[in-house]
Ligand binder design. Structure first.
Ligand SMILES: NC(=O)c1ccc[n+]([C@@H]2O[C@H](COP(=O)([O-])OP(=O)(O)OC[C@H]3O[C@@H](n4cnc5c(N)ncnc54)[C@H](OP(=O)(O)O)[C@@H]3O)[C@@H](O)[C@H]2O)c1
Length: 279
């Protein structure tokens, strides 16, 4: 059973599960803040695993709506984990690099101290804690900097602006690991198939700044535009982001037997796909 199935990661997880031969109940309308509805849907689906992707993901919006963020990302995750436990199912629940402060340049391991800088990060951390408390059969997967089909994302935005001739200015003081939802989805399916339990970090390999990422997107898109550098202070977004958001993925590599591909490789494969038809 998949919550938040209509979201960007859902667009990659559903085919990954179905192509691997699994029967999937994809939930697009279930409000995870309504515990009784979540219990009813879970008992009806009778899943082995609940893959919890639903979340309030507007990082800047969370700053002015922290109560809502806590309700959806914190309590909601706990509701889904409890309902899964009640139905005898395990839960895989998504979390974020933003649970860390990222204030020194060291890839974060799963047990490193957390310290979210934003309301979104605090709400995702509350979700992790709620999942651990509600269901011992849990895999909490922290990921970062996602892009993919079926969601507004940085790669599509930069490519479109670059092909329109620019100008482009992108922050160069935040470093992380861009991650294609399709690569991540394959790893999530493996985690469930292998019965992974605990907390895991899952991103494409390597790291870059948003500016370096934008330069690579423009190059691969064949757009000859200048990408200038901005600081986070100049951009002045409502939510603070970690300056160093790289996650150590070695625990996941033990589950999979290999790392996910490098972000440059993933980006090239994503951009080589035909653009989705606009309706
Ligand atoms: N995107 C990233 O860069 C990133 C990075 C790290 C971690 N993550 C985590 O990865 C997971 C998937 O993210 P995503 O990028 O696929 O996000 P997404 O595209 O925003 O999808 C989330 C889905 O959850 C739905 N939703 C919102 N409130 C809900 C509620 N109360 N009950 C049920 N569904 C609700 C959304 O519906 P509406 O669109 O109708 O609101 C949307 O369909 C999330 O847990 C997110 O926190 C994402």
């Amino acid at each position: 059973m998949v919550t938040g199935a209509a979201g960007m990661l859902g667009h990659a997880v559903l085919p990954a599960l179905r192509n691997a031969g699994h029967q999937v109940t994809a939930l697009t309308d279930l409000d995870v803040t309504r515990l009784e509805d979540v219990r009813t849907a879970t008992l009806k689906a009778r899943p082995d695993w609940v893959c919890h992707l639903a979340a309030y993901t507007d990082v800047d919006g969370c700053e002015s709506r922290e109560d809502h963020a806590m309700k959806v990302n914190g309590e909601g995750a706990g509701n889904v984990a409890a309902a899964a436990a009640g139905a005898g199912a395990a839960i895989l629940s998504m979390s974020s690099d933003y649970v860390f402060a990222g204030d020194d340049p060291k890839p974060r391991r799963e047990n490193d101290p957390t310290g979210p800088l934003s309301a979104y990060g605090r709400s995702k951390l509350a979700g992790e804690q709620a999942v651990r408390a509600a269901n011992p059969r849990h895999a909490i997967v922290r990921t970062a900097w996602l892009y993919g089909q079926g969601g507004k994302n940085f790669v599509d935005t930069i490519r479109a602006r670059a092909l329109a001739g620019g100008p482009l200015a992108v922050v160069d003081d935040q470093r992380g690991s861009p991650t294609w939802t399709q690569d991540l989805a394959g790893a999530l399916v493996q985690c469930m198939v292998k019965g992974a339990v605990g907390t895991f970090h899952a991103t494409n390999e390597g790291s870059c700044t948003w500016h370096e990422f934008a330069v690579e997107i423009c190059a691969l898109a064949g757009a000859n535009v200048t990408v200038s550098c901005l600081s986070s202070a100049e951009l002045a977004r409502p939510a603070r982001r970690p300056s160093y958001s790289v996650l150590d993925t070695s625990r996941l590599q033990q589950v999979l037997g290999h790392p996910l591909p490098h972000w440059r490789d993933a980006l090239a494969r994503y951009l080589a796909q035909p653009a989705p038809v606009k309706r």
